[in-house]
Design a binder for this molecule. Structure first.
Ligand code: HEC
Ligand code: HEC
Length: 210
């Protein structure tokens, strides 16, 4: 019975998401030049860098990368007073002077491979699989994402980054800006993972997805 409100909420959100986000028209060649700024943290192949807290970019969906970069630029993401990692990313997004530059760099990122990931989070993946049942509605059974529900791919991303984002949604560091309509859909889903143990378990399960 405890899960009921979450399920009802998913149902409402799924119903309200009728339009898909269009993939951006970007020029990957131009985007490659712009990515020179990014590789200091995200790596030459967008493989990410745990020591610099920078997630992987390789393999992430173009439409989602476009939205996050625009959100960072607009301060919809990364402007919360406690968002120390978002605050590192925000000025980098601001080096992309207009939407065309955002689209170009996202088109280049779309050509980068999914990195070989190492796992860092200890959790009970079996228990996490049960908790992930609710996430499947939007992110898909393999964590492949769903553009029509605006839900990004979760597989192919570092566990430490996934865990941090779930925690950020829970504490409201992410997803509370009044203009963050998609973050606002994700936030109550993160709240369903009430304990740190549940967050670790679901993260450990996501790390097994291909
Ligand atoms: C100074 C290091 C640094 C540089 C340079 C940098 N980033 Fe980031 N980036 C980060 C960090 C740290 C995060 C994680 C923010 C968080 O935890 O919310 C991030 C997050 C992101 C995300 C969000 C990923 C997701 O799954 O939501 C994207 C997209 C991104 N960066 C793209 C870029 C691009 C494109 C550039 C170059 C224009 C760039 N970054 C330059 C540090 C950096
Ligand atoms: C109602 C649909 C929905 C459900 C169910 C849902 N999510 Fe999400 N999730 C989203 C959306 C939409 C976003 C993108 C938010 C944004 O654009 O900033 C997101 C983003 C995320 C991110 C950030 C990814 C990144 O690259 O930064 C993580 C991690 C995540 N979800 C994990 C989960 C987990 C774990 C569950 C299950 C407990 C879950 N989600 C359930 C819709 C959903």
């Amino acid at each position: 019975m405890k899960k009921l409100p979450g399920i009802a909420l998913i149902f409402m959100i799924v119903l309200s998401n009728t339009t898909a986000v269009n993939a951006a028209e970007g020029d990957a060649e131009k985007g490659k030049a712009l990515f020179a700024v990014c590789l200091a943290c995200h790596g030459a192949n967008g493989e990410g860098n745990a020591a610099l807290n920078a997630p992987a970019n390789g393999g992430q969906d173009e439409w989602y990368v476009v939205r996050q970069l625009n959100n960072f630029r607009a301060g919809v993401r990364g402007a919360h007073a406690s968002d120390i990692f978002g605050a590192q990313m925000r000025p980098m997004a601001l080096t992309l002077v207009n939407e065309q530059a955002v689209n170009d760099v996202a088109a280049y990122i779309a050509t980068l491979p999914v990195p070989d990931l190492t796992t860092t989070i200890e959790g009970n993946a079996e228990a996490g699989k049960k908790a992930f049942a609710i996430c499947v509605a939007c992110h898909g059974a393999s964590g492949e994402g769903n553009v029509s529900l605006n839900a990004p791919r979760l597989s192919g991303q570092y566990d430490w980054y996934i865990k941090r984002q779930i925690e950020n949604f829970k504490t409201g560091i992410r997803g509370t800006d009044p203009k963050d309509i998609y973050g606002a859909q994700m936030r109550p889903m993160a709240m369903i993972l009430a304990s740190d143990e549940q967050v670790r378990d679901v993260t450990a399960y996501i790390a097994t997805l291909k």
